[in-house]
Write a protein that binds this ligand. Structure first.
Ligand code: BTN
Length: 266
């Protein structure tokens, strides 16, 4: 049997609680999905700030109704991927760009080589390393945000994928899921608080510095193609098309680089 993973719950709690009174950290060996669990709690009226970490998810969810597979979690040692959701009451004036701000915070916490693929995938050298799923629930005037993050930590199988996923150990040899979580958690809460106060605008320039699509020929799922020009002050992707600059805001529009390498969702 593998030894239990040691998570830095107390260190995270100490770093976060000054910004988020009432914050707690919960580590579970297994659950269907950390996002599903926090959304269930929110719908039942439980909207307290919490970081919920699962060593294994049995029904992880991705964007656009996709499944999220985390690889061989049951293997020896710390989990092969880091899966967590941060739930907190949030009341920004404008929600546009939230997932971009979250992605930016994560790459800044982890490594200078990581890039962001609009709207919120994390890439390492043109392969997907992490994904973000944000959901919200409302109770009266209160809105609760559930920020779900899945990061490949160790090499995992690529069954059915043309492009194998990237993993964090490629740039941080020996890193494990608890160490990655410790780097990410407190800056992520600070980023969410900054977003709540000031919106996406203060994140725009730093996002564009990490933009994996910048200058690439892209094609959109609505058939339009052009050149990606970075994001504007509300996080919309600007694409130079034959008809002029088009601003993409809908998360339902997927963007594919035309030039190599081919992009594929996990
Ligand atoms: C995507 O790339 O489509 C988003 C993937 C988000 C996966 C994370 S893992 C933790 C949290 N719980 C889930 O069920 N999904 C998110």
């Amino acid at each position: 049997m593998s030894s239990p993973t040691r998570w830095p719950a107390e260190a995270i709690w100490e770093a976060v609680v000054p910004d988020l009174p009432g914050f707690t950290v919960e580590i579970l060996p297994q659950i269907d999905s950390t996002n599903t669990e926090l959304m269930r709690r929110a719908r039942a009226g439980r909207m307290e700030p919490v970081l919920l970490v699962a060593e294994q998810q049995t029904a992880g969810r991705g964007r656009l109704g996709r499944q999220w597979f985390s690889g061989q979690e049951a293997s020896a040692g710390a989990p092969a991927s880091l899966t967590f959701s941060l739930g907190l009451p949030l009341s920004p004036q404008d929600w546009s760009g939230l997932s971009l701000a979250v992605g930016l915070s994560i790459v800044q916490s982890l490594h200078p080589e990581l890039r962001l693929k609009w709207p919120n995938d994390v890439w390492l050298h043109d392969r997907k390393l992490a994904g973000i799923l944000i959901e919200t629930a409302s109770l009266g005037d209160l809105r609760y945000a559930v920020v779900g993050v899945g990061i490949n930590i160790r090499e995992r199988g690529a069954t059915g994928l043309a492009t194998p996923p990237a993993w964090l150990g490629e740039v941080l040899p020996g890193v494990d899921a608890p160490q990655a979580l410790l780097r990410i958690a407190a800056p992520l809460v600070q980023a969410l608080k900054a977003f709540e106060a000031y919106g996406f605008a203060p994140f725009q320039a730093r996002f564009n510095e990490r933009d994996a699509l910048a200058g690439l020929a892209v094609t959109l799922s609505d058939g339009v193609s052009g050149t990606a020009l970075g994001v504007d002050g509300v996080g919309a992707l600007r694409v130079q098309t034959e008809q002029g600059v088009k601003k993409i805001t809908s998360s339902e529009v997927s963007v594919r680089p035309l030039s190599p390498p081919p992009y594929e969702h996990l």
